[in-house]
Design a protein around this ligand. Structure first.
Ligand code: SF4
Length: 349
């Protein structure tokens, strides 16, 4: 963070990142487009600390500035002070990805002339190149963010680059060694959490049964459960049902989790941030959707299976099932996942 206080002469571009991991990944193609538009201007990204490792894995990013603000707080005085730091860094343009007024305030207070973003919370004046989305037919996430690289239009951009993250072999070797995992044995990652809410979670019993099927066919396979400490309880349940899995939720940094995913033969995930990381690392993914629309934020890997029962009540987009049964996930059997996963593992062998 020391570099954020340095007086910089070369004009730079500022991107204010979304607060969610998955959204940050899906904003990466925007950075590719901005790098083309500003080839000689370093791109800084302002982001909360919990998503910063994702942005550090993007080739286009020069510096990640971690937001010093409390989540959800306006903190006007702190924002004004931080804006003066941004002013000294000398930005030619700012792209504001969150839709809130408080994030649009920063580039305005910093005197950045070009301030691009969606209307969001009616941010007239704060945003001076304003884009609009159709609430009745919202854009998928990658076109939503990528559209900001061009002049505002009703047309949805097409032929966009796929999200991409970079991990080095050294990073992979270091994390495998640190966690006592073997580089020789197949690594399969499960991401059974979903910060958004319980409705998005495939049942732990299904994950455990899937793990048992994998280990029957591949006894040397290393199945790792990834997630934050918030996913501990869910991963405890899977571990209790299938003790051979490696419960790493809350025990790795996000940087380590990214490196583990990069070395995985496959990842099985709910619709969560780790799914989109796997997709941006072009790992084979099986994405399990229940209350959300698989078309809104699909995985982009060369090998990607989006599974959904597409019930009449879906996508309800609720954190908890309003019908109380969560059939969209409960009734999606492990065989439906195991079938494509077997093909992936056979090919990777
Ligand atoms: S209402 Fe339907 S889609 Fe929504 S959580 Fe319940 S079962 Fe799933």
């Amino acid at each position: 963070m020391a570099e954020s206080f340095t007086l910089l002469v070369m004009p730079r571009v500022l991107v204010i990142a979304p607060n969610w991991i998955g959204d940050c990944v899906m904003a990466q193609p925007l950075l590719t487009l901005l790098k083309k538009e500003y080839p000689n201007q370093p791109i800084d990204v302002l982001a909360p600390s919990w998503v910063a490792p994702v942005l550090r894995a993007m080739a286009e990013v020069d510096t990640v500035l971690e937001t010093p603000f409390k989540h959800g707080a306006l903190q006007l005085r702190e924002r004004w002070r931080f804006a003066q730091i941004l002013r000294r860094r000398g930005y030619s343009a700012a792209y504001v990805l969150p839709n809130t007024i408080k994030f649009a305030l920063l580039p305005w207070l910093a005197g950045i002339k070009k301030r691009v973003g969606y209307k969001g919370e009616s941010r007239y004046g704060l945003i001076n190149i304003m884009h609009h989305d159709d609430a009745a037919a919202p854009r998928a996430m990658v076109p939503f963010y990528s559209a900001l690289a061009s002049a505002p239009t009703d047309k949805v951009p097409t032929q966009l680059p796929r999200p991409a993250l970079l991990v080095t072999q050294t990073q992979i070797d270091e994390v495998l060694t640190a966690l006592g995992l073997s580089a020789k044995n197949k690594l399969i990652a499960f991401a059974p959490g979903a910060e958004f809410g319980n409705a998005k979670r495939w049942p732990t019993m299904h994950f455990a049964r899937l793990a048992s099927s994998i280990l029957q066919s591949y006894p040397d396979a290393q199945i790792v459960l990834l997630g934050s400490s918030k996913d501990n309880a869910v991963c405890d349940e899977i571990k209790a049902l299938c003790p051979s899995v490696h419960h790493l939720a809350g025990k790795t940094s996000l940087t380590q989790a990214i490196a583990l995913i990069a070395s995985s033969a496959a990842i099985v995930s709910n619709d969560s941030g780790l799914l989109h990381i796997a997709s941006a690392l072009n790992r084979p993914v099986i994405a399990i959707y229940g209350p959300t629309d698989p078309g809104h934020a699909p995985p982009f890997s060369d090998i990607a299976h989006s599974l959904s029962l597409r019930l009449a009540c879906a996508p309800c987009k609720q954190r908890e099932c309003p019908l109380g049964h969560q059939d969209c996930m409960q009734k999606l059997p492990e065989e439906m996942v195991w079938q494509p996963l077997q093909v992936i593992l056979r090919v990777s062998a």
